[in-house]
Design a protein around this ligand. Structure first.
Ligand SMILES: Cc1cc2nc3c(=O)[nH]c(=O)nc-3n(C[C@H](O)[C@H](O)[C@H](O)COP(=O)(O)OP(=O)(O)OC[C@H]3O[C@@H](n4cnc5c(N)ncnc54)[C@H](O)[C@@H]3O)c2cc1C
Length: 415
């Protein structure tokens, strides 16, 4: 069965797909999202939204919705794994809004999804449509779905995550297992009483492991993720079950607070951590990748969704000015604008994969020293200060020869 042709087909209804569709529809551009899941459900984990991403959501009109369910982080605090000795505390709070025009939000993914769905125009998303492949022809793209149906579009946007099916139309490669897996869980707020007065991101570094936890759902719940080295390269998903037992064993000699948090959940999920090598190509003449489909990045900078939000703004702005008959120049412009920025985030996240999990010793002491030297929020200007609207508006040239500059890279141990 062939469905009617659409102007822009977006594969994947995650952060990248939903926001891109909303922005395009607000510009009067017809866009439809094809999402594989039969229904949007609760996704049980937290997510950190930094000002560069939050500004995009605020411009979508989500101020009140975010303030209702999100928790504004007062700080990001890093500690040593065994004795809890402080390494660094980067104050966020009101200073973050003052400097970067938006707070740093800690939010449950289900709440974020609800926020996004509240602004997506009706009839934009088709559920239960798993895209198997796309075929690009002169003048159109054909999408083939797992249920045997097909549709055609002027343009397809692959927003289908790290294991993207659309990506094969742009670049031939495979996800790369990082050697680490993450267990995630939700625990009651009273497991970390200090969050009541000081809601923040707690971050513990140790040999071959690290743990992050922070309050979500208005402070009623604490989300944790515990990352550890492993040979088990199973991929997993947000709902793949893990074993609390593994956490008890893995963190047996860690600080009491960490053990308390990671063993307090009734159930946990397990997710193998994958990225891909950076590609030079995010686009062809009629296909564009964005979010994790374009630049899957290890989660150590907490930037995957934030980068997806930036991508969405730049791609939508580029498409607004595009010739519908020939979107290729607009797509190349998007690629030129976004590749340097996302490559830098990807590079830094991989670097953190090495430094986060150092054994105790000289290199770990150097790392801690460097983190202590960068406790001022201004060190995060390169990350939080990026404004995708301004970047796109600045470069009127449809395919700039010199892509938007990324500020000189100082190593930063921000996660
Ligand atoms: C442990 C961990 C912690 C993280 N923490 C943070 C954080 O704090 N902050 C942050 O910014 N980022 C974080 N990230 C990264 C973030 O989750 C991702 O970068 C972000 O979800 C990417 O959004 P996306 O829309 O590109 O892809 P996804 O969220 O993966 O969405 C892709 C969508 O496409 C659908 N789909 C997939 N294949 C198909 C297909 N063939 N056909 C149709 N639909 C399809 C999927 O069902 C899904 O809905 C973290 C990641 C991990 C693993």
């Amino acid at each position: 069965m062939t469905q009617p042709r659409t102007r822009i087909a977006i594969v994947g209804g995650g952060v990248a797909g939903l926001v891109t569709a909303t922005l395009l529809r607000r510009m009067g551009i017809e866009a439809r999202v094809f999402e594989q899941t039969p229904e949007f459900g609760a996704v049980g984990a937290g997510i950190q939204l930094s000002p560069n991403g939050v500004r995009v959501l605020l411009r979508l009109g989500l101020q009140e919705a975010l303030a209702r369910t999100g928790v504004q982080a007062q700080a990001i605090e890093t500690r040593r794994w065994a004795d809890g000795a402080p390494i660094a505390r980067v104050r966020h709070g009101a200073g973050c809004t003052e400097l970067f025009g938006a707070p740093y939000y800690l939010i449950h993914r289900a709440d974020l999804q609800r926020c996004l769905l509240s602004v997506v125009p009706e009839d934009t998303v088709e559920l239960g449509k798993s895209c198997a492949r796309v075929v690009e022809r002169p003048g159109e793209v054909e999408l083939h779905f797992a249920d045997g149906t097909t549709t055609t579009a002027d343009l397809v946007i692959g927003a289908d995550g790290v294991h993207s099916a659309v990506r094969a139309a742009v670049v031939q490669d495979e996800p790369r297992f990082s050697g680490y897996a993450v267990h995630r869980g939700l625990v009651p707020a009273d497991v970390v009483p200090s969050f009541a007065a000081d809601p923040r991101v707690m971050f513990w570094l140790g040999p071959r492991r690290h743990v992050t936890y922070y309050p979500v759902v208005g402070g009623d719940i604490v989300h944790f993720s515990a990352v550890g080295a492993t040979d088990d390269a199973r991929s997993g998903s947000f709902s793949s079950p893990g074993e609390v037992r593994e956490l008890e064993a893995g963190f047996a000699d860690w600080h009491e607070e960490v053990r308390r948090v990671v063993t307090a959940a009734e159930s946990v999920t397990r997710w193998g951590l994958f990225d891909r090598d950076m590609t030079d190509r995010y686009v062809t003449d009629r296909t564009a990748l964005l979010g994790d489909a374009a630049h899957p990045t290890l989660p150590y900078l907490s930037q995957g969704a934030n980068q997806a939000l930036e991508d969405a703004v730049v791609l939508a702005r580029c498409l607004r000015d595009a010739d519908p008959a020939d979107p290729a120049p607009a797509l190349r412009r998007y690629q030129a604008l976004r590749r340097p920025r996302t490559a830098e985030v990807h590079r830094r996240a991989r670097a953190l994969a090495r430094t986060f999990h150092l054994p105790d010793g000289t290199r770990q002491a150097e790392r801690d020293h460097e983190m202590r030297a960068q406790q001022d929020l201004k060190h995060l200007d390169w990350l939080y200060g990026y404004d995708p609207e301004a970047v796109t508006a600045r470069t009127a040239d449809p395919a700039p020869a010199t892509p938007a500059a990324v500020p000189a890279a100082r190593p930063t141990h921000r996660f």
